[in-house]
Design a protein around this ligand. Structure first.
Ligand code: FES
Ligand code: FES
Length: 166
């Protein structure tokens, strides 16, 4: 099958590639770029495990063709820690608040939470729950995920945790 040339930025680095038009972004990230943080949980746009940030929006990368990402700026979980390896505040928040168990949903959940806090820096508990409604977790019951996002929001905003909750 003929391949298409694409150029994009992934986690701040320029990337050039030849991709088949049928290649999904999640497969391109995992198989061509070896970025295996975004997971494949369903392939049918339900679970959110494949969530990445594309041009400032959360997308389920199993619903996007790699050719549609031509020219885009993509952030995956691999791009969230800083260059020295220090965890992003959301990664620290999930660790500190037991926001994960098996961890399968976590890269998509944290990437989504990152965009949620860009969209709404001081979300209520209900807004957090609505904001992560597209990301399924089969382990945690969500309580500690919500708490982790509240904890991160409080840290980012420099306010005590209780003020970040509803
Ligand atoms: S693998 Fe993309 S939503 Fe489940
Ligand atoms: S921690 Fe296991 S699916 Fe969320």
């Amino acid at each position: 099958m003929a391949k298409t040339h694409i150029t994009l930025k992934v986690n701040g680095k320029p990337v050039e590639a030849l991709v088949e038009p049928r290649t999904l972004l999640i497969h391109f990230l995992r198989e061509d770029l070896n970025l295996t943080g975004p997971h494949i949980g369903c392939d049918t746009s339900h679970c959110g495990a494949c969530t990445v940030d594309l041009d400032g929006k959360s997308v389920k990368s199993c619903t996007v063709f790699a050719v549609q990402a031509d020219g885009a700026d993509i952030l995956t979980i691999e791009g969230m820690a800083d260059a020295s390896g220090a965890l992003h505040v959301l990664q620290e928040a999930f660790r500190e608040n037991h926001g994960l168990q098996c961890g399968f949903c976590t890269p998509g959940m944290i990437t989504r939470a990152h965009r949620l806090l860009q969209e709404n820096p001081t979300p209520t508990e209900d807004e957090i729950r609505a904001g992560i409604a597209g990301n399924l977790c089969r382990c945690t019951g969500y309580q500690n995920i919500v708490k982790a996002i509240q904890w991160a929001a409080a840290r980012i905003n420099g306010v005590p945790l209780r003020e970040a909750a509803e």
